[in-house]
Design a protein around this ligand. Structure first.
Ligand code: ADP
Length: 229
């Protein structure tokens, strides 16, 4: 699997949101997708998910246009949205089964059990989603994103609202998913990006200002401020 953006651009009327982004992502990497609010991150992710169409340029997954191949490609993508929308009235297993059926997963019951154990939800899995603490709701979101075993994981602020212990656990979990996958990880918590990512894409005012291995950046916070001020 690979993701390739070539001169990817999007304008909303006169407002330019993303300009000429070019990057190539391969499996096995956790990539931090960074930028100040309004930089164009969500717009880029929406184009990658096939939800909106580029104004010019392209983004492809294995050479395919996400808009044309929406259903086939959706099976390859796991997405944890920023506000992690869940169905609060549903029980955890019921919810995962509901989504698993949409994905037409075979051996669904055993897959749900496997994922529940993987994300550490065993003790909470009998509850309704609305009864869970924020950290456990976040785990349900991650369980949902990985349920169909996608090759691409897009995680938008996966640890926002968590306490430091929960953050550590989610971080370890994300690291454990790295092999054979492309993980695109968006976060404003730069210490976390430093702890988890191999590579950083930094966008500012719609333009890619950095595409670098993390190890080449000494102090990410300082770097971020210099590049985006
Ligand atoms: P980020 O996710 O990095 O905060 P966005 O991609 O949401 O950035 O936004 C990039 C720019 O595009 C911002 O200036 C934002 O106001 C603008 N924008 C985003 N969505 C829309 C929209 N639907 N209509 C008009 N402008 C938009």
């Amino acid at each position: 699997m690979f993701i390739e953006a070539i001169n990817l651009s999007k304008s909303y009327g006169k407002q330019s949101a993303v300009q000429n982004l070019t990057f190539h992502l391969e499996e096995g990497q956790i990539v931090g997708f960074l930028g100040p609010n309004g930089a164009g991150k969500s717009t880029t992710l929406k184009m990658l998910l096939g939800l909106i169409k580029p104004s010019s340029g392209s983004v492809t997954i294995d050479g395919k246009d996400p808009q044309e191949q929406e259903i086939a490609l959706k099976k390859q993508i796991g997405y944890l949205a920023e506000n992690n929308p869940l169905y609060p009235e549903m029980y955890v297993r019921e919810f995962l089964a509901f989504i698993g059926n949409i994905h037409q997963i075979t051996n669904l019951e055993s897959r749900i059990q496997e994922v529940i154990e993987w994300v550490g939800l065993e003790k909470e899995a009998h509850k309704k989603i609305q009864e869970l603490s924020k950290g456990y709701q976040q785990r349900v979101g991650i369980a949902l994103a990985i349920l169909h075993d996608p090759k691409i994981l897009i995680l938008d602020e996966p640890t926002s609202g968590l306490d430091p212990n929960q953050r550590d656990e989610i971080r370890t979990l994300i690291k454990s998913l790295q092999k054979d996958r492309i993980i695109l990880f968006s976060s404003h918590i730069l210490s976390e990006v430093e702890a988890i990512c191999d590579r950083v894409l930094l966008i500012h005012e719609g333009k890619l200002v950095t595409d670098s291995p993390l190890k080449d950046i000494k102090n990410l916070e300082k770097f971020f401020k210099e590049k985006t001020n």
